[in-house]
Design a protein around this ligand. Structure first.
Ligand code: NAD
Ligand code: MN
Length: 355
């Protein structure tokens, strides 16, 4: 029997509601496929911040460094500035553990309504590969002349050859495993004239070493329009930290709802734990009501199973939530149903037993 120690960080808001459903479904998959999970809970959140002045203890990263993976809900809540919760927890985890790939599938599933007319399940099926360690999210910069009419803020972006090449290589390697064999790069080298031309150069150089892969690029502004008008066009889309972040809220919206979108923060070299979390945040507007859609968390759990070396269990979880969505009688309100978070989680857990 294979055994895994997982660090669980439910976080804030609906994170605390959807994480138990993810665990319920993974435990069901574990029973079926002979996998045992040890779930170690860490109550790091904005509440912790209000009590202690820190999102996590000083040695927090050390406490989870030896786990096989991290299963996170969402962090951030009104009362604590978003940059505090992000830089106090999520970004240190991503960077310290070199989770430089943020992988986000965009897939229109049976039973899920896209806001776009004329797209059917199967039409939308691509991966967003977001750079997760550098780029536009940097601490370099500052503010000057506060309170005067010359007040200014500056923010530097950081693009290293090492950092850019490794995310591009990941995207091309991923495309190699796909039938369409196509990589699209998000750029903005017409307006951002240092970092983005560098990104384009590295993309062209990487494309040369993958002659079997079709490579193209779009400025990110028109790319957003293509996501809406021609989502069928994409296979693997690679972008910087900021562009990848924005595209990966838009992609799932095109594929129905952000409530089902999963993500994996991967350290591909496996020197450190990887982290699995839904794309959505803590949704303060619906927190505490028990109506959040748990599929994003459950699907993130399937990605974790895959990463831990259990592709069959991962596939069973995916079939299970796909069948619950397709049957459409156990859906949360964001999908037009009346089910609670827990009812939907239980339906998926039951479905895993026969998926
Ligand atoms: P959000 O994703 O929390 O919510 C956006 C909208 O989508 C809301 O109307 C919400 O009700 C809805 N929604 C999101 N997830 C849902 C689900 N599972 N089921 C049903 N509806 C769902 O984004 P936001 O409002 O911009 O951010 C809220 C807080 O979350 C902020 O503090 C933000 O910083 C934080 N945040 C955290 C993460 C993370 O932990 N990775 C990601 C994004 C936002
Ligand atoms: Mn985001």
């Amino acid at each position: 029997k294979s055994k895994h120690r997982i660090a669980v960080i439910p976080g804030d808001g609906i994170g605390k509601e959807v994480v138990p459903e993810g665990i319920r479904v993974l435990d069901a998959a574990g029973r079926r496929f002979g996998i045992e999970f040890q779930w170690d809970h860490f109550d790091w959140s904005c509440e912790t911040y209000r009590k202690t002045g820190r999102m996590m203890p000083e040695d927090g990263l050390r406490q989870i460094a030896k786990h096989d993976a991290i299963f996170l809900g969402a962090v951030g809540f009104p009362g604590v500035p978003d940059h505090v919760s992000l830089w106090g927890l999520l970004i240190p985890i991503r960077r310290t553990f070199q989770q430089y790939v943020n992988l986000r599938p965009v897939k229109l599933l049976e039973g899920v309504r896209s806001p776009l007319a004329d797209v059917k399940p199967g039409d939308v099926d691509f991966w967003i590969v977001r750079e997760n360690n550098e780029g536009e999210y940097s601490e370099i910069g500052g503010r000057l002349f506060a309170g005067t009419d010359r007040e200014m803020a500056m923010q530097e972006s950081v693009f290293t050859r090492h950092g850019v090449d490794r995310i591009l290589r990941y995207a091309f390697d991923l495309a190699r495993t796909r039938p369409a064999k196509h990589v699209t790069s998000a750029t903005k080298s017409n307006g951002i004239i240092h970092t983005m031309p560098f990104w384009d150069e590295r993309f062209a150089a990487m494309a040369k070493s993958y002659p079997e892969i079709r490579a193209d690029q779009y400025h990110v502004d028109i790319l957003t329009a293509h996501f809406v008008r021609n989502p069928q066009r994409f296979d693997v889309v690679v972008g910087s930290n900021l562009f990848g972040d924005i595209l990966s809220d838009l992609g799932p919206a095109v594929a129905g709802t952000i409530g089902i979108a999963p993500s994996a923060n991967l350290n591909p070299e496996r020197e450190h734990p990887s982290m699995f979390e839904p794309v959505h945040g803590s949704a303060p507007d619906i927190a505490g009501k028990g109506i959040a859609n748990p599929i994003g968390q459950i699907w993130s759990g399937a990605m974790m199973l895959e990463h831990l070396g259990h592709p069959e269990a991962a596939a069973a979880v995916e079939r299970a939530f796909a069948s619950v969505l397709a049957a459409s009688n156990n859906l949360t309100p964001d999908m037009g149903g009346k089910a609670s978070t827990r009812e939907m989680g239980e339906a998926v857990a039951r479905a895993v037993e026969r998926a």
